[in-house]
Design a protein around this ligand. Structure first.
Ligand code: FRU
Length: 610
């Protein structure tokens, strides 16, 4: 009997030792029960590397430092295979005792011992983390992406001292939505983005949802003239609004100790604030998500807010939830007048399903937004972009030269978590310059033109044509193979009545994107149903259609082709379509034809991307 017990203890010890031997360097792993494991950090490297499997459920990870719970986060720890590895930063805890208490997801009906999971072998303390790109096929070459992990909304953008700061909804611990944190990148030219790390991380009030930043040169909030103020939604069981302040140009933020600064008794998020020079007060818009309205507040000090009005009930597209507002003033070209633009992102309910950005034009007196009506007295629904992959679009505050530059999330909640990339998920759109224009019937619209900085991306002129008659026989061009098809296509044509002009991008696998201008309906369409990999979601194959806002058939396009996206800007941004595509090989052929009627090609140029 005694011997038998000894044997049992011995074999238990062997199991324990062999488990520890399997684990990576610098950790000691102790399995406590079917689904609970303690990981002690025994090495002194900068990072704990976590093996992640994209399609399993989240494990809950509690970080205990010197016996205190300092952080809880969630990660899809690998069960049968590792899709990507993400770093957990140990630097803040140097010299302290760190233990991770991990609870793995276990389906009660199929409970099993978790000590066989792949993640235990891969956990490792290391001095460096390799963030080199592993997504050669689909990671955009000239759009902003996170180095690894999930990204949704761009938010909190501001410009200061020559730098464009871009924050974004970020999960550093996997490529699906979770652990919402503000990631940070910066750029001096709106083209090249430098990763700046994590700016605002979850805390006791919840995870950090979207919000905005603004400078406070007059020190109205009392944090100093150099302060960069951030407002964001703290999201836990409910959503409340919080304030944080940076004194190092947005690199790090200190949270205000009186948070939350604003609470409401119903779902409200994505605070967007700006200092209104005309009234000398702060204005704040918050999306009253389920009520389909934007709440407008005023404040003198950014801490006490007074509700001034609500805008939107019954207006525009009302489906889904209203999210991510913005409000800014633009001049009406050719006049000395201005109008205000109220941006309202909504999901679902976009013109082609899922997420999209609508906007309203009107006047704003610092308290109330009064929307313009058309000649019939109606408020028409206006979309900023007629593609499927343009969401959560908001603008940079404090931009130089009175510029109003926006950027959007280049995906759609319908399938963002399913797109065929794993190291990272989602890119942002190219930055766009906001301008007002009057269309042929006198109505004011918002144009989204590519920012001028994008001309600097142009490399060699790879193909060119001018003054040709277009008919049913296509003119063919080759896109630059040296840049794997990455290019900007500039084309202008004049279509006769009852004509269709087709532009087709294709590859040798007969995968194609077909863009058709129709002079009858005054529309441009974009068909990605045969564009390559489309079967990861039934929502992905789609034809999107934009009104072109002209009456003369004169169209000039700038089409930006990146590895997994196409952005088509028409007539200086008067119509835009942003659509993701996942071709199995790059599109290297371009053809243009008048499939119906006829048209005159004025000019076509293909530039490689530098
Ligand atoms: C929009 C949104 C926001 C929210 C954020 C959370 O895509 O739902 O309303 O703040 O994403 O990540």
């Amino acid at each position: 009997m005694l011997d038998c017990r000894k044997l049992l203890i011995n074999s238990a010890l062997t199991i324990l030792l062999s488990t520890a031997a399997f684990a990576g360097d610098g950790v000691k792993i102790e399995h406590l029960g079917v689904d609970n494991t303690l990981v002690r950090i025994t090495g002194d490297g900068d990072y704990l590397l976590l093996p992640i499997q994209d399609n399993v459920d989240d494990a809950r990870i509690q970080v205990i430092v010197d016996n205190q719970l300092v952080k809880t986060f969630y990660a899809r720890l690998a069960k049968s295979k590792t899709d990507l590895t993400v770093p957990f930063d140990l630097k803040p805890y140097k010299g302290k005792k760190v233990v991770l208490d991990i609870v793995l997801p276990q389906n009660p009906s199929e409970r099993h011992e978790s000590n066989g999971e792949v993640c235990w072998k891969g956990l490792e303390v290391a001095n460096s983390f390799d963030s080199a790109n592993t997504e050669k096929q689909f990671r955009p070459a000239y759009h902003h992406t996170p180095q690894w992990g999930w990204m949704n909304d761009p938010n909190g953008m501001f410009y200061k001292d020559g730098k464009w700061h871009l924050y974004y909804q970020y999960n550093p611990y996997g490529s699906k939505w979770q652990n919402m944190t503000w990631g940070h990148s910066s750029s001096t030219d709106l083209l090249n983005w430098t990763p700046e790390g994590l700016a605002i991380e979850p805390d006791g009030l919840g995870s950090i949802f979207s919000g905005s930043c603004a400078l406070d040169p007059n020190n109205t909030a009392g944090f100093g003239e150099d302060a960069v103020l951030a407002m964001y939604t703290s999201a836990a069981k409910n959503q409340v609004q919080s304030l944080a302040v940076s004194h190092d140009n947005g690199k790090t933020f200190e949270k205000y100790d009186g948070n939350p600064t604003l609470t409401l008794d119903s779902e409200a998020r994505d605070p967007n604030m700006f200092f209104n020079e005309k009234t000398g007060e702060w204005n704040l818009l918050i999306a009253h998500a389920l009520e389909h309205e934007m709440l407008i507040f005023t404040s003198k000090d950014m801490k006490e807010w007074t509700l001034a009005s609500a805008f939107g009930k019954g207006l525009g597209a009302q489906n889904g939830v209203w999210e991510c507002p913005d409000l800014f003033e633009l001049s009406i070209p050719g006049t000395n007048k201005t109008k205000w633009v109220l941006i309202c992102n909504l999901n679902p309910g976009g013109p082609f399903g899922g997420s999209a950005t609508q906007y309203f034009i009107g006047d704003f007196d610092g308290k109330t937004f009064k929307v313009d009506t058309d000649k019939q007295g109606n408020v028409p629904t206006k979309w900023m972009d007629y593609g499927k992959d343009h969401y959560a679009t908001v603008s940079w505050s404090d931009a130089p030269d009175n510029r109003r530059v926006v950027i959007g999330w280049m995906s759609n909640w319908e399938y963002a978590a399913e797109v065929p990339t794993v190291q990272f998920r989602s890119a942002n759109t190219l930055p766009r310059e906001m301008k007002l224009f009057k269309d042929a019937d006198g109505e004011i619209y918002l144009a989204s033109a590519p920012v001028d900085e994008l001309y600097n991306l142009r490399g060699n002129l790879e193909a060119e044509a001018s003054r040709a008659t277009l008919n049913a026989t296509p003119l063919n061009f080759t896109l630059p193979a040296s840049t794997e098809g990455l290019c900007e296509i500039e084309v202008s044509f004049e279509a006769s009545k009852n004509s269709k002009v087709d532009l087709t991008l294709s590859n040798s696998k007969d995968e194609k994107v077909v863009m058709i201008y129709d002079s009858n309906s005054r529309t441009m369409s974009f068909d990605r149903t045969k564009s390559g990999i489309t079967d990861f979601s039934t929502h992905f194959p789609a034809v999107t259609v934009a009104p072109t806002h002209e009456k003369d058939g004169k169209i000039s396009l700038r089409i930006f082709v990146d590895r997994s996206s196409i952005e088509l800007f028409g007539n200086d941004g008067r119509f835009v379509m942003t659509n993701l595509v996942f071709p199995n090989e790059p599109y290297l052929n371009l053809s243009i034809a008048a499939s119906e009627g006829k048209a005159k090609l004025n000019n076509l140029k293909v530039f490689s991307i530098k």
